[in-house]
Design a protein around this ligand. Structure first.
Ligand code: NAP
Length: 341
């Protein structure tokens, strides 16, 4: 009889950025972590970091846009590490530019990786989790899944599509009384290498829309989601504000974003057209989790569960309705003043 002690997490896009920080955070808790990405150097760097943290890593070169590669990776993980407890879909690519300047092929590639990569990872996880009716799947989302911004249409659309997919699937799992959970963790701007290697049609360097958060507090929120299994978390005040603004006054948000233009998403420095981007192949080297905005990035972020907001709104509505009902009754019970004259 084998006694299984370590739990197993899978993180896609674990060679850099947010995924790298999530993988290390699980390893620090003593979990085994399978790391999926295209770049061998980044995966090797992640493996070293995880082993230095006392964890066990299984790096696998796989393109999440290739469903068979993701299914094969899941088989290998189950064989070598044991049952997958948590699967985190995190990998992404994006293209910055005006929609009319982005080619159909570029739209397709962002969709293939950023949206279909989430679908493939989820289906691969379910192949193994459904027979044992156990497991948590976490989808890394963005405030931009709710509120699209200009000059990143393929990415915003892929994030919104992921939300549509997960919501549909959640009801299907509930329909079969499944114990498997689906959580989405929607992020604010994070200081990751994304802004150095994303395909960029502008002549200025890219930047996250401020305020910027470091990858580690984001990773902490994702690990928390693995334990608390919320429907959604919104991380960072800027994500909460963007989502709330979209829900309450989308036309005002449209105009504000139109007025901000590209200033929000670029720096004053000229872009270097010789630097290769990561749209079709892995970025070069091992950049780690952080991007180039350490000096202006926060080391903390609130983790907001929108279920609290809905519960608060429901209590507020119920209290308001009860008050109106009592006032109406009191009014009906009052006897009319009849003049004696
Ligand atoms: N940074 C932000 O401001 C921000 C804001 C909101 C949400 N997010 C979300 O956070 C997550 C991570 O973003 P990030 O900023 O950390 O991005 P990043 O720094 O660009 O890292 C992207 C990761 O995805 C991997 N990847 C790219 N294409 C892949 C493919 N075809 N197959 C497998 N792996 C692939 C990359 O590794 P290889 O190149 O080696 O394959 C890398 O590990 C994404 O879901 C993103 O939407 C980020």
């Amino acid at each position: 009889m084998t006694i299984r002690t370590a739990r197993t997490a899978v993180v896609t896009g674990a060679s850099a950025g947010v995924g790298r920080a999530i993988a290390v955070a699980f390893a620090r808790l003593g979990w085994q972590v399978a790391l999926l990405a295209r770049g061998e150097e980044g995966l090797e760097g992640a493996r070293r970091e995880i082993e230095a943290a006392g964890g066990r890593a299984l790096p696998i070169v796989a393109d999440v846009g290739d469903a068979d590669a993701v299914f094969a990776a899941a088989e290998r993980i189950e064989r070598e590490l044991g049952p997958i407890d948590v699967w985190v879909n995190n990998a992404m690519v994006t293209v910055y530019g005006c929609s009319v300047d982005i080619t159909p092929e570029e739209f397709a590639q962002v969709t293939r990786v950023t949206y279909l990569g989430q679908v493939h990872g989820t289906l691969a996880a379910l192949r193994h989790m459904r027979p044992r009716n156990r497991g948590a799947i976490i989808s890394i989302g963005s405030a931009l899944a709710y509120r699209s911004i200009p000059f990143q249409a393929p990415y915003c659309a892929a994030k919104a599509a992921t939300r549509g997919f997960i919501d549909s699937l959640r009801s299907e799992l509930m329909n079969e009384n499944s114990a498997i959970t689906l959580s989405m963790v929607h992020l604010p701007a994070v200081n990751t290498p994304q802004f150095d290697w994303a395909r960029n049609k502008f002549d200025r360097k890219l930047a996250p829309v401020r305020p910027i958060v470091q990858p580690e507090p984001i990773a902490a929120a994702v690990v928390r989601a693995a334990f608390e299994r919320p429907r959604e978390y919104w991380v960072g005040t800027s994500a909460v504000k963007a989502i709330a603004a979209q829900m309450l006054m989308p036309s005002v948000a449209d105009r504000l974003l139109a007025r901000a233009g590209i200033e929000n998403e670029t720096t004053d420095e000229p872009a270097d057209p010789r630097v290769p981007d990561n749209l079709y192949q892995a970025g070069r080297g091992d950049p780690g989790a952080h991007g180039g905005f350490d000096s202006e990035s926060r080391n903390y972020a609130i983790t907001f569960n929108p279920a609290w907001l809905r519960a608060g709104a429901a209590i507020g509505l119920a209290a308001g309705a009860a008050l109106i009902w009592r006032l109406a009754r009191a009014d009906r019970g009052r006897r009319p003043m009849i003049s004696r004259t």
